[in-house]
Design a protein around this ligand. Structure first.
Ligand code: ATP
Length: 221
C-alpha cells in the first residue's frame, strides 16, 4: 500500500479529502503534523466519489494527478488509491477498515475543524472512532471549541494517542492555514489564480488541462 515503514511506537496519519484541488494548506498541515506528532508517515486518501458533498469539479484522475505532483515523492507521504479501486460511494469508515486490515499500526484520521463538525453525518461515523484516532486541525473561521461529542475522546498530547489503538481525539492548533479549495476554485474561475496557495506544479497542471474554468464547475456560479 505505502512505502512508509511502521515505527515501533508510531501512528499512521490518514488524510482523506476531495483535493479539488490539493493546495499548500493541505501539504503544510501534513508537514506540521509530521514535525509535532509521533507519526511514521501520512497516507493521503483522495475520495473518488465523496458522498457527503456536491460532486467534485475536477474528475478523479485529475485530482489524483495533482496530488501526486503536490507530494512530489516526499518519502513521508504516500497516496492510497483504495477509494478509486472500489465501486460506490467513498465511505471513510470502509476505507479505514481496509487500512486497518493491512497494518498493525494505529491510525489517526486527520480532519480540519470544519470537517469534524460534519462527521456525525458520515456513513457509520461512530465506527470511525472504533478504527482510528482523530486529529482535529484548526482552520480560520472555525473556532477553537470542538463539537460536544468529541470531548469524552480528547487527550492532551500526541503521545497519549499511542496508548490505545483507536477512539482518542487530539486538537492540533499550530499556525492556521488560510487556503481553501472552494476559494481557490472560485478565484481560478475568474482568472485570479492565487499562486501562493498552489504548489507551482499543480498550478501548471491546472493551466495545461484548463481546469476550474467557469463553465466546468458547479460552485463557480
Ligand atoms: P473545500 O473547500 O472544497 O471543502 P478543502 O480546502 O476543505 O476543500 P478538502 O479536500 O475538502 O479541502 O480537505 C481535506 C481535509 O483537509 C479536510 O479535513 C479539511 O478540513 C482539511 N483542510 C483543508 N484545508 C485546510 C486548511 N487550510 N487548514 C486545515 N485543514 C484543512
Amino acid at each position: 500500500m505505502t512505502g512508509i515503514s511502521a515505527g515501533k511506537r508510531s501512528l499512521l496519519g490518514v488524510f482523506g479529502g476531495t483535493f479539488d484541488p490539493v493546495h499548500r494548506g493541505h501539504v503544510a498541515v501534513a508537514d506540521a503534523l509530521m514535525g509535532a506528532l509521533p507519526l511514521s508517515g501520512i497516507v493521503f486518501v483522495p475520495a473518488a466519489r465523496p458522498p457527503h458533498r456536491p460532486a467534485p469539479c475536477a474528475d478523479a484522475g485529475h485530482r489524483l494527478a495533482m496530488l501526486r505532483l503536490a507530494l512530489s515523492n516526499d518519502p513521508r507521504f504516500a497516496i492510497d488509491e483504495t477509494e478509486y479501486q472500489r465501486e460506490g460511494p467513498s465511505y471513510m469508515a470502509d476505507t479505514l477498515a481496509i487500512l486497518r486490515s493491512r497494518r498493525a499500526q494505529p491510525l489517526a484520521l486527520i480532519l480540519g475543524a470544519d470537517a469534524v463538525v460534519g462527521l456525525p453525518t458520515w456513513h457509520r461515523w461512530r465506527r470511525i472512532l472504533g478504527l482510528a484516532h482523530i486529529i482535529i486541525v484548526s482552520r480560520p473561521g472555525c473556532g477553537d471549541r470542538p463539537p460536544e461529542w468529541v470531548r469524552p475522546h480528547l487527550v492532551d498530547s500526541g503521545g497519549e494517542l499511542l496508548g490505545a489503538d483507536c477512539g482518542r481525539a487530539l486538537l492540533f492548533t499550530a499556525s492556521t492555514r488560510p487556503e481553501s479549495a472552494t476559494a481557490l476554485r472560485q478565484a481560478l474561475a475568474t482568472g485570479a489564480a492565487p499562486e501562493a496557495w498552489l504548489p507551482p506544479e499543480v498550478s501548471a497542471y491546472i493551466e495545461t488541462h484548463g481546469l476550474y474554468r467557469r463553465s466546468s464547475c458547479h460552485d463557480q456560479g
